[in-house]
Design a protein around this ligand. Structure first.
Ligand code: IPM
Ligand code: MG
Length: 362
């Protein structure tokens, strides 16, 4: 029997609290589906940096390459320079291990969770494929004459043909899979390219790569939206979207909007994926320092990230058990909201998920 090697990076703030609940669900489904895993703990976080001044080194990145997957809680500490540890750990993993896809499902589990009027679960079921290693996150740039009235700040948006093409191809493959799962009677699978190539002309590399890849998938419908319009349509007619493929920065922004549409930052999960290699799974929320240590954060994003990891590892039955429990608890109203106002503590909610998985297994 294979033993998965899983890196555990609980991080800062509410990260450790939600991570613990994710691990509870993982332990149970491993028992039910009879697979083994070994957790390798990593201390990297803002709090750890304040104590030790340690960030992620190349040696650590090499070690991470030997893992099957990494589970990350959240990174970010109010007393550390903004972004320093996030860039080292989160972007360190994404860039260092070439996790070129950031897969972010936006799925409404129950009508009552959605802030939009009259939108039902079938109206909000989108998968965002966010390019995860380039764009405005390239880190190529810097300052000239910093701190003077003549200061110049520059950053380069980097878009490579390879980077665009592989993200787009992944999006089409996901759309094909989703279409097959829905069946021929349902609507045709669709991929929407989201960019801003009217104002940012070099974004047309995305259009050209999209047109080329689309030819390989004649059964999949295609669409295009500028990112500003995409935000508008996501609120007005989210049912128009199936799979969205977009740049690193735009994917970051539209998935916070998407999280709110599905019920809050506490529910959204993501996978940082390099097919066939070490991949990292995390909730999309941050460390939320104001909620830390209070046992009030919603762990469902983290628990859903565990489900995404299981799916990636090929443990699809285990993944379905976890996702099914989350869907059932939210759908039935047993968990009334996916935020700090649910009236259910972090650990209680984790226990409810575990109990639901057990109940469904009987
Ligand atoms: C996310 C986060 C990160 C990002 C930050 C913490 C660097 O917002 O995962 O969405 O911008 O990608
Ligand atoms: Mg973000």
């Amino acid at each position: 029997m294979k033993t998965y090697k899983i890196g555990s990076l609980p991080g800062d703030g509410i990260g450790p609290e939600v991570a613990q609940e994710g691990l509870k669900a993982l332990a149970l489904v491993a028992e039910l589906e009879d697979f083994r895993y070994e957790l390798v703990d990593y201390p990297f976080s803002g709090a750890y940096y304040l104590k030790t001044k340690e960030l992620v080194t190349d040696a650590v990145l090499d070690e991470w390459r030997t893992l099957d997957a990494v589970l990350l809680g959240a990174i970010g500490h109010p007393d550390v320079e903004p972004g320093l540890v996030e860039r080292s750990v989160i972007l360190g993993l994404r860039f260092g291990l070439d996790m070129y896809i950031n897969l972010r499902p936006i799925k409404l589990y129950s009508e009552h969770l959605c802030p939009l009027k009259n939108k039902k679960p079938e109206d909000l079921d989108i998968v965002v494929v966010r390019e995860n290693t380039e764009g405005m996150y390239s880190q190529i740039g810097g300052h000239l004459k910093k701190g003077t009235p003549d200061e110049v700040a520059l950053v380069n948006g980097v878009y490579t043909w390879k980077g665009c093409e592989r993200a787009i191809r992944y999006a089409f493959e996901i759309a094909a899979k989703r279409g097959a799962a829905r069946g021929a009677a349902d609507r045709k699978p669709q991929v929407t390219l989201v960019d801003k190539d009217n104002a940012i002309r070099p974004h047309d590399i995305w259009d050209r790569a999209f047109a080329q890849v689309a030819k390989e998938f004649p059964a999949i419908a295609t669409d295009h939206a500028y990112v500003d319009a995409c935000c508008m349509w996501m609120v007005k007619n989210p049912e128009w979207f199936d799979v969205i493929v977009t740049t690193n920065l735009f994917g970051d922004i539209i998935t916070d909007l998407g999280a709110m549409l599905q019920g809050g930052m506490g529910i959204a999960a993501s996978g940082n994926i390099h097919p066939g290699r070490t991949s990292m799974f995390e909730p999309i929320h941050g460390s939320a320092p104001k909620h830390a240590g209070k046992n009030v954060a919603c762990p469902l994003g983290m628990i859903s990230a565990v489900a995404m990891m299981l799916d990636f590892l090929g443990e699809t039955k285990a993944a379905a058990r976890v996702e099914g429990a989350v869907a059932e608890l939210l759908g039935s109203g047993a968990i009334p909201s996916a935020d700090t106002r649910s009236g259910i503590s972090t650990s209680q909610m984790g226990d409810m998920v575990v109990a639901e998985i057990r109940k469904a297994a009987r």
